[in-house]
Write a new protein. Structure first.
Length: 113
């Protein structure tokens, strides 16, 4: 992202959804594909272009996983210079479930190492 490029919410995602309860958060993070997407977002500093967050699955399958994460309140979708990006809502998730993302991402890192 260039310095003058400002991320904007997608038209259908102007206001992020509220962060879900612990059961929905855990359900969203239990899937290996979604967990890898979240891990990659953390590694990218919290925001990344959608296509950089997955490999080995189709675009429509990725869109499904992004929707699950978005509905749980874990991510929000932005448009940056005409491309879709995902932003991790770590601070918002931490308010509902303190330490959850850190613990889950740390465990995922250990499993992939």
């Amino acid at each position: 992202m260039t310095l003058d490029a400002q991320p904007t919410p997608s038209p259908d995602d102007v206001a992020p959804l509220p962060v879900a309860g612990i059961q929905q958060l855990l359900a969203a993070l239990q899937d290996p594909v979604r967990l890898e997407m979240v891990r990659r977002l953390v590694e990218a500093g919290g925001e990344a272009q959608c296509k950089r967050l997955y490999d080995g699955i189709g675009k429509s399958t990725a869109a499904h996983h992004f929707r699950i994460l978005r509905e749980a309140g874990i991510t929000e979708r932005l448009t940056v210079e005409g491309t879709f990006h995902q932003r991790l809502r770590a601070a918002d998730v931490d308010e509902v479930a303190p330490g959850l993302l850190d613990a889950v991402v740390s465990a995922a890192r250990r499993e992939t190492a």
